[in-house]
Write a protein that binds this ligand. Structure first.
Ligand code: AMP
Ligand code: MG
Length: 491
């Protein structure tokens, strides 16, 4: 039995709008209790934004809530139902190991989902145990916080609690629960679920709900469903451009892992690229490279087309007309993406204005980096700080030629080099969560209960554009023996 001592004074202020949707969309249930919850890491900054009292949440009563052993006042835990194309194959899914506690209303009136990930079995668990391991949950904590520091829309991490229970994967691993904070957990796959299994216009109810919750400005307009779709397209175009600009590889861009809010969600086998190569794949389960770095923009377009299909009945009563409307809207995606990406790349190169040949200038740098196996992040840092070394890239005639072309391009704008450098410092991170540093932090945490390596890493990642001395150490590339690196689904 779940107790209900509620950690009074924690600052919970729930309003659970999702639970007022038709029951098709969820199953209400409580988490299975865990034996010995222990707080591993807690995010004071996120707690503050949410209007939560860190001291109360870090107490035994608070940790009981973060472990799913206790339900805070006003919460109505539920597992969400959804579907998704996983590596191109359509499946009926749902929260198999997560529970939405409810929607926290912050002191400034914002609404955030509070979700426990790894909280036990649900009706959507299929063959799984509903649990999560400590390593992958800390990994999600680190990477999501790093993404936030980089200025990329993302779900946040409030806490990780070890459950005190072992879980069985390839080996026995310590179990853990991550408290995830999101604008919402509504995915492309939620729409696919409503379109496929709704019988009474649930797709319209979902679309109306999403309009109210995420796009209130357009909720009243006559063509609101088209506008909803176009807004999701815009947000994804902007989001994926941001990923590409920092070398982030999501790893499992299934339609159930694409949030309607435009936040990055579900950090499983994700990783940041060291050496520049568009074919980079880290995930052990992505044998065909469907979700390789260079494929991400196009895959997002594919996922958006799946979303458009679910909205067809809402776009026009005539099915052919509806398809035309949807196709028109989705055809804007490639140019939107390209526009964001070019803008971001110009900033990385210190360019304020636009020239026709900029795309070519950028692509020729990338091709040269690929040929000489240059580190993606550090190449841009070297340009920012005018550093030259004896690496293959810097010594190559292609790069020397490119550098002259870039210098000439900089001369053709009004701003002085100092202004360009400042723009480049704001646009080129000094530190990314490199795989070998993340692994080192996780090893210390999981194997030795030493959390200091992780805390230091998180500190360096908080403001990646500071270019502090402490951060210089994190720019070191991994020894070549650490590559190629493989990540495993966060199971
Ligand atoms: P993911 O690839 O992490 O996005 O998960 C895909 C689906 O598998 C989702 O429906 C998850 O809830 C479910 N899932 C992942 N791991 C487990 C687990 N250990 N037990 C039950 N369901 C799981
Ligand atoms: Mg998922």
């Amino acid at each position: 039995m779940v107790k209900n001592t509620q950690a009074p004074g924690a600052g919970w202020h729930f309003d659970n709008s999702y639970s007022r949707l038709p029951e098709l969309f969820y199953t209400k249930l409580h988490a299975g209790p865990v034996s010995a919850p222990k707080l591993i890491i807690f995010n004071e900054e996120v707690a503050k934004t949410l209007g939560l009292q860190a001291q109360v949440l870090k107490s035994d009563e608070g940790v009981a809530v973060l472990a799913g052993n206790d339900v805070p006042e006003g919460a109505e835990p539920l597992a969400q139902a959804y579907a998704g194309h996983q590596f191109g194959y359509f499946n009926r899914l749902g929260d198999g190991r997560a529970l939405l506690l409810g929607e926290q209303i912050t002191p400034s009136g914002e609404r955030f989902d509070i979700q426990l990930k790894g909280s036990g079995r649900t009706p959507y668990s299929r063959g799984g145990d509903g649990r999560a391991a400590l390593g992958p949950m800390l990994r999600e904590y680190i990477i999501s916080e790093a993404m936030h520091g980089l200025g990329i829309p993302t779900t946040r991490s409030l806490a990780v609690v070890a459950t005190g229970e072992d879980i069985l994967r390839e080996t026995v691993l310590p179990g853990a629960i991550l408290t995830r904070v999101a604008a919402s957990h509504i995915r492309v796959g939620t729409f696919q679920y409503a379109a496929n299994w709704g019988k009474h216009g649930e797709i319209r109810e979902l679309a109306d709900y999403v309009l109210q919750r995420h796009f209130p400005d357009i909720a009243g307009s006559a063509d609101r469903y088209l506008q909803l779709f176009r807004e999701v397209v815009r947000r994804q175009a902007s989001l994926i451009a941001k990923w590409q600009l920092v070398g982030f590889i999501h790893g499992v861009m299934n339609t159930d892992n694409m949030a309607i809010s435009g936040e990055t969600i579900d950090y499983g086998p994700c990783a940041f690229m060291d050496t520049y190569d568009p074919g980079t794949v880290f995930s052990s389960i992505d044998a065909d490279g469907r979700y390789a770095f260079g494929n991400q923009p196009q895959i997002a377009g594919w996922n958006l087309a799946r979303l458009a299909e679910t909205l067809l009945p809402l776009l026009h009563e005539n099915p052919e007309e509806a398809v035309n409307i949807a196709q028109d809207a989705i055809s804007e995606y490639p140019d939107l993406f390209r526009g964001h990406w070019l803008d971001g790349m110009r900033a990385k190169l210190g360019l304020f204005n636009q020239e026709e040949q900029d795309g070519d200038l950028i692509e020729s740098l990338l091709a040269t980096m690929q040929k000489h196996q240059a580190d993606y992040t550090n190449t841009f840092l070297d340009l920012t700080f005018n550093r030259k070394d004896s690496s293959g890239l810097h010594g190559s005639s292609e790069f020397i030629e490119w550098h002259e072309r870039w210098q000439a391009r900089l001369q053709r704008q009004q701003e002085p080099w100092e202004a360009s450098r400042e723009l480049m410092k704001r646009s080129n991170p000094a530190v990314i969560p490199r795989n070998h540093r993340v692994e080192e932090a996780l090893d210390a945490a999981v194997e030795e209960a030493d959390y200091s390596v992780m805390e230091e890493l998180l500190h360096a990642l908080r403001n990646p554009y500071a270019h502090s001395e402490e951060q210089a150490e994190y720019a070191t590339v991994p020894p070549s023996s650490k590559m190629p690196y493989q990540t495993f689904c966060g199971t």
